[in-house]
Design a protein around this ligand. Structure first.
Ligand code: G6Q
Length: 506
């Protein structure tokens, strides 16, 4: 097991030596520290100088990464090996953003032609919707698009559409319905005109209870107004792996945008699940998002471990989770357009690494994934940051911001960035009793770690890189913890019980 490895034990011994480490002192004493512990890769800069680490810690963390064969596992994932062993599936969201020229084989088939054929289908359809060439049943162009999906079929595209808002068409409104609460679909339909509304039914399995129920409601709503089954073909499309179920629902498989079982739900925004992004922001923006993610894939595959961003972020997370017993981790984007990023990341991280069995089916004897939470800054500062600064729990934080704003109105962006800098500084430097005028309530313990990630601008390319950075970080942690990050059996029991409860109430 992980905690039997010599590299793990060396970190345990080293941890005891870090008890009195003051990172603020290290920062003051060593002006080179920021340079040593930051990386800039084509404009994306990551500052990890405010972590509870020394050169020795960093070396030992990299030794652990090596001992866990990160590079080997990474290569196996990219090559299409079935590393999701509990479901006997490959894990190939990376192929969705790769160039067409390099074959990726799954079960003897090169999947790249299929990927590019689907991208072509998405391009052509989204362009027709955006130009108004696609007509609804009564001959009118589409004005509202409603994506009905949940979990991975919702959070990714919803977050990206919000993040790329400045790039999105103002002529077409794109909405998202996920919840089985009738309020969700009812409110989404409230002001829609059935003649100009398109429904995207996004479901990998096409059996998910919430999505199917909401899709049926949408179909009834449409037919109640347009009174002809033939209208469905002009107002419904499906994003799925399940052709049979799509046809059974009444959607022509010609209007289905396929993907394959080697795309996990929480990694699916790069697949046809991204159709709403193509419609909202345009296909070229979606392509730029894929290209950004691919650039991060290349970095992850080629950079040595000690200069590899996903590996560094992952190992810092392991340091706190396994050696400092940190239960939680906060993600704090200083960007209104990234307001949904914490919810997306929460699923990505907690569904991937919230596991207690190792790959061999043994109960682990060490911590795995943390509780992930967060919200956009500066809003969070006025809400839960109190605990980050003075609470009794260590919460490592990630601050994320774009250096350039899309908006030059007022002084807001400058103030936003100043606040972010101030927070990471306050967390690490703290305030001693003397500086707090002897008032213990105004003391900040300090020594609270954070990473700062800066993008040049929140554009599709850099957003793609940021998302892939976190995907690979979580992958690396799953390998260290020897768990399968790609299944999600933990969501099943509740689903089964809900069906039984429903049946018993009928
Ligand atoms: C993600 C999960 C889960 C999934 C939803 C929706 O990795 O598997 O969030 O995306 O349960 O599933 P469908 O797309 O099959 O409706």
């Amino acid at each position: 097991m992980l905690n039997d490895l010599a590299a793990f034990k060396a970190l345990q011994t080293h941890r005891a030596e870090c008890e009195n480490l003051s990172v603020h002192d290290l920062l003051v004493q060593n002006p080179q520290r920021l340079q040593t512990y930051s990386l800039e890769i084509e404009g994306l800069s990551v500052d990890f100088s405010k972590h509870l680490i020394t050169d020795q810690t960093f070396r030992l963390l990299m030794d652990l990464a090596k001992a866990c064969n990160i590079e080997d596992w990474r290569n196996r994932m990219f090559a299409g090996e079935k590393i999701n062993h509990t479901e006997n599936r490959a894990v190939l969201h990376t192929a969705l953003r790769a160039p067409a020229s390099r074959p990726v084989m799954v079960d003897g088939e090169d999947v790249m032609p299929f990927i590019y054929q689907t991208l072509e289908q998405m391009k052509s359809f989204s362009e027709k919707i955006r130009s108004g060439a696609w007509k609804g049943y009564t001959g009118k162009s589409i004005k509202t698009v409603i994506n009905i999906g949940i979990g991975g079929s919702d959070l990714g595209p919803r977050m990206v559409c919000e993040a790329l808002w400045p790039y999105c068409s103002r002529d077409i409104e794109v909405k998202f319905v996920a919840n089985i609460d009738p309020a969700d679909i009812s409110q989404a339909l409230q002001d829609c005109n059935p003649e100009t509304t398109l429904f995207i039914i996004a479901s990998k399995t096409f059996t998910t209870q919430e999505t199917m129920e909401n899709a049926q409601t949408a179909k009834r709503w449409l037919l109640a107004h347009l009174k002809d089954e033939r209208a469905i073909a002009r107002h419904f499309v499906a994003l799925s792996t399940n052709t049979q179920a799509v046809a059974a629902f009444g959607i022509d498989p010609a209007h289905m945008f396929p993907f394959r079982d080697w795309v996990g739900g929480r990694f699916s925004l790069w697949s046809s699940i991204g159709l709403s992004i193509c419609i909202a922001a345009g296909f070229s923006r979606f392509r730029a998002l894929l290209d950004g993610a691919h650039a991060m894939d290349n970095h992850f595959c080629s950079a040595p471990l000690s200069a590899n961003l996903p590996v560094i972020l992952a190992m810092l997370g392991v340091w706190y989770r396994n050696f400092w017993e940190a239960q939680t981790y906060a993600v704090l984007p200083y960007s209104q357009n990234l307001a949904l990023f914490p919810a997306w990341l929460q699923q990505l991280d907690m569904e991937s690494n919230g596991k207690g069995m190792d790959r061999e089916g043994r109960q682990v004897s060490y911590n795995t994934g943390p509780v992930v939470f967060g919200s956009s800054g500066t809003n969070g500062q006025h809400a839960f940051y109190q605990l980050l600064h003075q609470g009794t729990t260590l919460v490592p934080c990630d601050f994320i911001a774009a250096l350039e704003s899309h908006y030059s109105i007022g002084e807001q962006h400058k103030i936003l960035l100043a606040n972010m800098k101030a927070q990471s500084q306050a967390l690490i430097q703290g305030r001693a009793l003397k500086e707090a005028d002897g008032n213990p309530h105004r003391v900040f313990p300090g020594n609270r770690p954070s990473t700062t990630i800066l993008l040049p601008k929140l554009d599709p390319f850099h957003l793609g890189r940021l998302l892939a950075l976190y995907e690979h970080k979580i992958f690396v942690q799953g390998i260290i913890w020897n768990i399968n990050s790609f299944d999600q059996f933990g969501v099943e029991l509740g689903k089964e019980l809900a069906i039984k409860i429903l049946a018993s109430e009928e």
